[in-house]
Design a protein around this ligand. Structure first.
Ligand code: ATP
Length: 311
């Protein structure tokens, strides 16, 4: 049986136990299997990118972690406990894609953030002092305190995303799932969101971010999971984010450009890999390429080369 979840700070509970998905298969009611035998583990204090083509199952995985769709067979363990325990303890929060939200729904920014407190309230949902304080602190942290009385539909795309992040903060979620947080936001807002996520990571939380923005993944994600209905690669970003793995994940849809890099000192090649408007750029290192070439062409001891002069 799973150990009970412990609240009282993201560092409590089983040390290091973050999110573990083991052999998870998800089949929708219409018979479509969106995920098959998915396995990976993410420790606490990490930001992990969830990357894959449209329809690869990223949102389905989020739904499974949130308990919205059943996993069968397979298991999902959250901070050492079951999904049901995690939901009861309010430790998982989901920050939705903008398209999934009805922005015409008349609700104030502070009310959206207060929704993060519902799991901490009794059935009457009357906010207490600690609930209001949590909302104030969350709005302050995402820089949206001055917008609290605005209708959510009146905000820009980046501001809306920050409000939903504030809802997760007010909830004091230890596992935060973000669906495409950078779509439609400018670079300044993206940097602000990344800084916030880093802060949350450093507090011991588990952050899982689905994104098509390959270029920023190596910059701010410690780990990555490449998905296409099953896991193609998972682990540290530098090990997962290789050209070969990305080609496996994106196949023909990945735009891949190779430039002559002779204009930049120390660079032998520039690979630009793009699934979105912000590409991943890989610079080849001239010095290490030359060293590799030298090793590859150096004759091994005792071997003769066709061009070697006769002794
Ligand atoms: N409720 C549902 N019923 C049946 N099939 C579904 C349902 N939701 C999603 N699917 C199917 O499951 C597969 C995975 O969808 P999912 O939304 O998880 O992909 P995704 O990786 O999040 O895609 P995107 O990058 O476009 O958001 C798709 O083939 C989709 O058509």
């Amino acid at each position: 049986m799973n150990a009970p979840l412990q609240r009282g700070g993201p560092h409590s509970g089983s040390a290091g136990a973050g999110l573990t998905v083991s052999g998870a298969t998800v089949t929708y009611r219409n018979g479509h299997t969106a995920l098959r035998d998915v396995s990976f583990a993410i420790p606490r204090s990490t930001i992990t990118a969830l990357v894959g083509v449209n329809g690869s199952g990223k949102s389905t995985l989020f739904k499974a972690v949130m308990g919205f769709v059943p996993v069968s067979p397979g298991t999902i363990s959250i901070l050492g406990g079951s999904v049901a325990q995690a939901l009861r303890s309010n430790v998982v929060a989901y920050v939705p894609q903008s398209e999934d939200v009805d922005w015409n729904f008349p609700v104030l920014v502070e009310d959206v953030v207060m929704m993060g407190r519902y799991g901490h309230m009794n059935l009457l949902r009357l906010p207490r002092r600690q609930d209001r304080e949590a909302v104030d602190a969350a709005l302050e942290r995402v820089g949206m305190a001055t917008f609290r009385k605005r209708q959510i539909g009146e905000l820009s795309g980046g501001q809306k995303k920050r409000v939903f992040l504030a809802r997760a903060l007010a909830q004091d979620a230890h596992v935060i799932l973000l669906d495409e947080p950078f779509t439609g936001v400018d670079v300044t807002t993206e940097e602000a969101i990344i800084a916030l996520l880093r802060g949350l990571r450093d507090e011991g939380r588990v952050i899982l971010v689905s994104t098509h923005n390959l270029g920023s993944v190596p910059e701010f994600c410690d780990r990555a999971v490449l998905l296409n209905r099953t896991v193609l690669a998972a682990g540290l970003t530098e090990e997962v984010f290789t050209q070969a793995n990305l080609e496996k994940a994106f196949g023909g849809v990945l735009r891949h450009f190779v430039f002559d890099a002779s204009l930049r000192a120390g660079v032998s090649s520039v690979d630009v890999i793009s699934d979105d408007e912000r590409p991943l750029v890989i610079y080849g290192d001239k010095a290490s390429d030359e060293a590799k070439d030298a090793t590859a062409t150096a004759p091994s001891q005792g071997a003769s080369t066709p061009d070697a002069p006769a002794p």
